[in-house]
Design a protein around this ligand. Structure first.
Ligand SMILES: [Zn+2]
Length: 218
């Protein structure tokens, strides 16, 4: 389906036209010039190995206590004729090599909400600074992050810290998905606030990755 989209793609923005004719050849060109991606097909064309994952935002109470986590959240509003449902979803995309995006959307159906969230994530891509900022490791490979970074969304505050090689992802399961998509292998983290609201938690992690881009690293 993605290929069909590509073949019939008629760009509607200046940036879209220069991507299609090949004068803009990578996402780095776009980010360094500070231009904004307004068409998801731009990302499809420039990043062929794109993968996506869904953040578990919803849940239904299961048998024997606890909660069964689901990738879509169903909320209900009352209407004169009964209940109306809205499905919302948060998607995370990346190429496992330094780019990540996150997006959310809501619709009346699961499939449509997920599809819209993935498209929105493509419009919200950032480069991820990778490196080794760990004093215990001090190698030069990009297996972790170069410095400590902090992000916020709602009441949730997340601190990401560089970790030495072999530590793995010491972070919440939802953020693990994001780290894998970004291509980070080792990380330590701390979090504060209502971290069980996964929408805010994943957006706080994204905010921390975004803030790292404000620093200059050689
Ligand atoms: Zn290292």
């Amino acid at each position: 389906m993605a290929n069909d989209n590509m073949q019939n793609w008629v760009p509607r923005t200046e940036l879209g036209r220069s991507v299609l004719n090949g004068s803009v050849a990578s996402l780095d060109d776009i980010f360094s010039s500070g231009r904004i991606i307004k068409e998801p097909q731009i990302v499809d064309k420039l990043v062929p190995m794109l993968e996506n994952d869904l953040i578990y935002v919803g849940g239904s109470s299961g048998k024997g206590g606890g909660k069964r986590m689901t990738s879509t959240k169903r909320t209900t509003r009352m209407h004169m004729s009964g209940r109306r449902y809205t499905i919302s979803s948060v998607a995370c995309i990346g190429n496992k090599n330094g780019y990540i995006g996150i997006g959310k959307a809501s619709a009346k159906e699961n499939r449509i909400a997920i599809g819209k969230a993935v498209e929105n994530a493509k419009l919200n891509m950032i480069p991820v600074k990778r490196g080794c900022g760990s004093w215990e490791c001090s190698c030069t490979e990009p297996h972790s992050i170069p410095m400590t970074a902090e992000g916020k969304a709602g009441s949730v505050r997340v601190v990401l810290m560089p970790a030495p090689k072999g530590i793995g992802l010491c972070i919440n399961n939802e953020a693990k998905k994001m780290m894998r998509l970004a291509g980070i292998k080792d990380i330590w983290s701390k979090s504060y606030g209502h971290t069980s609201s996964h929408v805010n938690y994943s957006y706080a992690v994204f905010d921390a990755l975004k803030k790292m881009n404000l620093h200059k690293v050689k």
